[in-house]
Write a protein that binds this ligand. Structure first.
Ligand SMILES: [Cu+2]
Length: 682
């Protein structure tokens, strides 16, 4: 198999970098730019000036009228708008994100934070408003590969949620469905990948499916349960919040197009507070509210870290050809793509190509963003802060470290430690002191950083020592090259200012965190697998300049997709596709241990819907088990499964119905590395 871990170093003249006002927020420009006939050239990320704009701290999402004493109610739309993502003075970027329907000033990438209370139901009317001022649909900002198994609206009701045949990029109305990642939600409110819906646009082409296969069923269930109907272009979901306080987030989850929808922007934090598993005092705060007076100071701050690439005109850049992943120019990848036939130079044929023309196996952006701006800066007081850190990247594993001095030096010791107090779904038993934070895509870390005693003017940098390629495990700089210190190796600058408000929080090592009550014995042990597939029809070889050509005597081209599956009696992975018969069918209220066998060469962040799980242990396929990391001893919903290992997690499935589990490298998730779960009612 040919797996090139080489990514094109895009080279372009950068626009002039001017340091003016702040990186813009809450003033979204809803004018829709004209489509570019000629794509603008790539923007060299090294030319983007760093630490120009102040970190944007998203406020809490305002509620809509219609809630009550026992219900929080939101109406949240997805829209397209322009935002200052690059430093001030550079062009704005057209993005998508969520905001409160009647409050245009709340549309921001990333979205404002949903503040949820323990045991208090929260209902959201999600509205797909990817339409222009005339009600006509807006096409995707990025190239949609229609040959994947995806929502496929042009297929109509018969062929929706199916792979399409057209190798060209899809330009029709965009399907969306929102998943609150980490939510213990009933099936109809979980954002199932086949419960998507198009905007209620005036020009949806005749014959298009306007909803996914499961939308109508879930709409009926919701109506019967709550007496609320879903209007066209919307879905209403309800979250019970009967789970531990934790750091959740919400983002799109549409079948086969999640990587593109999320890359375009729509994502935000969903912070669940209160109840017996929260800590009422002793933590740094407050977090942002929905209507704080200007100048309010926050000591709890969410940090959504993402990588993106740009074009000179400010637009988001994402590969539109498989050649990107191979590190080649499109004309150097001389293979047929789906659905074209494979005809070798010697005249032999081997059926249609199974290589997707647009999809890339992973994506690594060239610029680092925090809360929707490239390389921002944050002034902190010499006191403690609580940061809710999210790795919101598509494929990139982060290894974060706080350093002082020159931020391009590697290796470099930590200047200030992280005190991790929580994972995705609960607090840890006690704060864990960490010099660096390894975070897979979709993992969250609830950390305290203590700047107490640092002199005014002290400059610190949040750097990234993860790789600019897939992670297999190991030590930065030893087992893999660290991210480019000039670009993706830097994230955020922190500047210590004056103490404004006395710190009433406790030192993290003195915090008494809520006890975690473990799940107890498992009823079932289930073996599942992670697998990579290579082409069954396209065989290739490299020629001198790296060009890949067809050769019937060559190696299979790959990877063509990543797959979940089971483990057969011989211990081999049995790869299974999204549409095959469901194999993960826990009985309601059962507790299961899932043994995740990773038969691929890379680590994958595995996310199971509905549940918060416990990490039991990890075991090399040919060795002894080792305990979870100290920072994993909490309720989690995403776990790193290393290559050549069995990763064991334990979960209780108490909600009946249809859910999913998947890899959260969203390029994998979109191309078969996701499977349904049916929790069978008792
Ligand atoms: Cu994966």
């Amino acid at each position: 198999m040919i797996t090139r871990r080489v990514f094109i170093k895009l080279n372009a003249a950068g626009a002039a970098n001017l340091a003016l006002a702040s990186c813009g927020v809450f003033q979204s420009d809803t004018s829709v730019p004209e489509a570019h006939l000629q794509p603008s050239p790539a923007l060299d990320a090294a030319s983007i000036a760093k630490y120009q704009a102040a970190l944007v701290i998203p406020p809490a999402m305002p509620q809509a009228p219609g809630g009550g004493a026992d219900l929080d109610y939101y109406e949240i739309a997805l829209r397209q708008f322009a935002q200052q993502v690059l430093p001030p003075g550079m062009p704005k970027t057209t993005v998508w994100s969520y905001g409160a329907y009647n409050r245009p000033e709340t549309f921001n990438y990333p979205a404002f934070t949903i503040e949820a209370r323990h045991n208090r139901p929260l209902r959201v009317k999600w509205i797909n408003e990817l339409i222009d001022g005339d009600g006509r649909y807006l096409p995707h900002l990025l190239a949609v590969d229609q040959t994947l198994h995806w929502a496929n609206p042009p297929g109509g009701e018969a062929m929706r949620d199916h792979d399409g045949m057209d190798p060209r990029a899809y330009t029709g109305p965009v399907p969306m469905v929102v998943h609150v990642h980490g939510a213990h939600a009933d099936q109809e409110s979980d954002g199932y990948s086949q419960a998507w819906f198009l905007p209620a646009a005036v020009n949806v082409p005749a014959g298009y499916a306007t909803t996914g296969t499961w939308y109508a069923k879930f709409k009926d269930i919701f109506r019967q349960k709550w007496g609320v109907d879903w209007e066209p272009g919307t879905a209403v979901f309800q979250y019970a919040n009967r789970q531990r306080a934790g750091t959740l987030w919400y983002h799109d989850h549409t079948l086969g197009i999640t990587r593109l929808n999320v890359y375009a922007g729509p994502a935000g934090f969903y912070l669940l507070r209160g109840g017996p598993d929260d800590l009422a005092t002793g933590l740094p705060g407050p977090p942002p509210g929905a209507a704080d007076p200007p100048g309010t100071r926050y000591y709890e701050i969410p940090l959504a870290i993402q990588d993106r690439s740009f074009r000179v005109d400010g637009s988001l850049s994402y590969p539109d050809n498989r050649a990107f992943f191979e590190g080649l120019k499109p004309e150097q990848l001389q293979i047929p793509f789906r659905p074209d036939p494979v005809r070798y130079p010697n005249g032999t044929t081997s059926g249609p190509s199974d290589v997707a023309p647009i999809w890339n196996p992973e994506f690594f952006g060239e610029a680092m963003l925090v809360n929707g701006c490239t390389w921002p800066k944050l002034e902190v007081e010499p006191r403690r802060y609580r940061f809710r850190v999210l790795n919101g990247c598509n494929s990139r594993f982060l290894i974060l470290r706080l350093v002082s001095g020159t931020p391009t030096v590697r290796p470099i010791p930590s200047a200030v430690p992280f005190w991790q107090i929580g994972a995705e779904g609960s607090f840890l038993p006690a704060a864990v002191k960490r010099d660096s934070l390894l975070m897979a895509p979709a993992e969250r870390a609830d950390v305290i950083v203590d700047f107490t005693g640092l002199a005014e003017g002290t400059e610190l940098y949040l750097i990234n020592e993860g790789p600019d390629e897939p992670l297999a495990g190991g030590t930065p700089g030893v087992d893999f090259d660290v991210a480019d210190p000039d670009t993706t190796g830097q994230v955020l600058k922190l500047i210590v200012g004056k103490l404004v408000a006395a710190d009433t929080s406790l030192p993290p090592d003195q915090l008494v965190l809520p006890a975690y009550v473990p799940l107890g014995a498992a009823d079932v042990i289930r073996q599942v697998s992670l697998n990579e597939a290579e082409s069954e029809t396209v065989k290739v070889r490299h020629v001198a300049d790296g060009t890949i050509v067809l050769d019937p005597a060559g190696e299979p081209f790959g990877p063509t997709e990543a797959l979940l599956g089971t483990v057969d009696p011989s211990g081999e992975g049995k790869a299974i596709s999204w549409d095959d018969a469901i194999t993960e069918t826990p009985l309601q209220d059962s507790t299961e241990i899932w043994e995740i066998h990773n038969f691929t060469v890379d680590a994958h962040p595995i996310h199971i819907h509905q549940v918060m799980f416990e990490v039991v242990n990890r075991q090399p396929l040919d060795g002894g088990a080792r305990a979870p990391e100290h920072w994993e001893l909490a309720a989690k919903d995403t776990v790193i499964a290393y290559p050549g290992e069995i990763t064991r997690v334990k979960a209780k499935f108490d909600l009946p119905g249809r859910y999913v589990w998947h890899c959260h490298i969203v390029e994998h998730e979109d191309n078969e590395m996701m499977r349904p779960i049916d929790v069978l009612p008792r």
